[in-house]
Write a new protein. Sequence first.
Length: 147
Amino acid sequence: MKTSGPKLLSITMFLTIISFVLIFTLASCATKAKFLDSSIVPAAQGHIKMKTDRNKNYVIKIEIFNLALPEKLNPPKKVYVVWMDDGNNNLKNMGQVKSSSAFLSKALKASFQNISSFRPIKIFITSEYEANVQVPSQDVILSTNNF
């Protein structure tokens, strides 16, 4: 039996509406935040996308643009470190944003991804002399407001 005319149009419209609802629902699951302007690296900009995975962990993706090499800062540093504040007075070193040519292009772009079992309330990036520091320096390059 072949479907035609108004019935086919109704089915097509129904499937289109369902598709838009599903796409909107999946896209709205992610929390998005922009970094605030930096006084240390004024041209630096970036944003964070955070969503939960199927294991209820938080997948955190960071994109950064116009980020100067840490060696160009005053005083020069070696790495940029991403920090997470979990809201319980715990700051966690999530890892470094490497400033080598493999991670930063001529357009000074960088990206970072990590997974956390805790939901961050704030994420910020500092310049450091070492990547494995336990306490952030005062040189906050980029920071978000609280989520």
